[in-house]
Design a protein around this ligand. Structure first.
Ligand code: AMP
Length: 355
């Protein structure tokens, strides 16, 4: 393990949400410490981290102290301000690297990159203004989806266009943000591959999971997904191609639409991913440990699946049913968030179907 961080080293994590929390738990199991940087008060990751810095991403003194206190930096969300990264990268290595972040922060860059790799995406066009939207609709056709180029997640910053006369309303919904128009993909299934790449270039992908969304938010992920053997292989090869092209280090989520024309890449997330939470109870090495291993320069672990699993998110009022979940044999994972809000991810449960 040349270049591997020794036990006792510190991993800095930008973002203190549930993903940071589960990364911190995995790191501590490996004898590594975690320092969380998070602007918000009482972050879920703060409960389980060795250190917590509460400061904003434009607080240079706080960022500098954070960067000096860690051996490597990673992150749990992709919309980190560029100025913060410029400063931090002078203090410690950042994994996954800047190219992966820049690619996934902007839907236009992302789709252009994916097409450049020979992968299929939805038809898309850049929409800087209303005239461009009309031109894009004339080429791509309706139905279509207008999405902000940046800062979109869980279906936010998106407007469906069922027919051309929906265009002005959809454009207003973008609130002046640069956008792209995507042709509507008629998919039979949504699946995702959670892939990892180590510092030595080794790639390991988990079995693809089948995702069901409600109101734009992930509801369940089920493994195995209803894919043919060749679709499953194709999905994993697509993820590996993306990981290698970005010279990636860490775990990535690759969301795919399954269509009769093949697999279409929806988006990539340069981090551990909600649709990979099933690995906590379905694999020996879960996505969180895999990510920590990669960024720490350790060898990747074996991500093979030893059970069929359904992961169900506990969203908002689902927490009222916690006592019922606790009576079942489902594995419960809660994020320690103080306040229940509609649409807020509070935890998840993993149900194992075959040991
Ligand atoms: P996104 O934020 O891009 O992941 O989109 C959230 C969800 O909206 C996806 O998981 C799909 O269910 C749906 N969606 C996004 N883009 C498209 C598209 N081009 N065609 C059909 N459905 C889409």
């Amino acid at each position: 393990m040349t270049n591997a961080l020794p036990v006792g080293a510190t991993i800095g994590i930008l973002g203190g949400g549930q993903l940071g929390r589960m990364l911190a738990v995995a790191a501590s199991r490996l004898g590594l410490k975690v320092h969380i940087f998070e602007p918000g008060a009482n972050p879920p990751a703060g409960d389980v981290a060795h250190r917590l810095t509460t400061a904003s991403y434009d607080d240079h003194a706080a960022l500098t102290a954070f960067g000096q206190s860690v051996d490597v930096i990673t992150y749990e969300f992709e919309n980190i301000p560029t100025s913060a990264l410029d400063l931090l990268e002078t203090l410690a290595p950042i994994h996954p690297g800047r190219q992966a972040l820049a690619t996934s922060q902007d839907r236009l860059t992302e789709k252009t990159f994916l097409q450049g790799l020979g992968l299929q995406t939805a038809h898309f066009a850049n929409v800087p203004d209303m005239a461009a939207l009309e031109a894009a609709l004339a080429t791509i056709g309706a139905p279509a989806i207008l999405k902000t180029r940046r800062m979109g997640y869980d279906g936010k910053g998106q407007a469906r266009i069922k027919a051309a006369d929906d265009a002005p309303r959809a454009f207003v919904d973008m609130a002046g943000a640069p956008a792209i128009l995507e042709g509507f993909v008629n998919f039979s299934l949504e699946v995702s591959v959670i892939g990892a790449r180590g510092q030595d270039g080794a790639v390991a992908c988990y079995d693809p999971g089948e995702n069901v969304h409600e109101d734009g938010i992930l509801r369940t992920t089920t493994v195995p997904a209803r894919l043919t053997a060749s679709q499953r292989t194709d999905a994993v090869l697509i993820a590996a191609r993306i990981l290698n092209a970005l010279d990636y280090v860490g775990v990535m989520g690759v969301e795919l639409f399954v269509t009769p024309q093949g697999l279409i890449v929806n988006e990539i997330a340069p981090r551990v991913h909600n649709s990979g939470h099933w690995t906590q109870n379905g694999c020996t090495i879960c996505q969180f440990e895999q990510h920590i291993r990669a960024v720490a320069g350790w060898p990747l672990g074996d991500g093979s699946r030893h059970a069929d699993v359904t992961m169900e998110n506990l969203i908002g009022g689902d927490m009222d049913k916690l006592a019922d979940y606790a009576k079942t044999d489902a594995a419960i994972h809660l994020y320690g968030k103080d306040e229940v809000k509609p649409g807020r991810k509070m935890g998840h449960v993993n149900r194992i179907f075959r040991a």
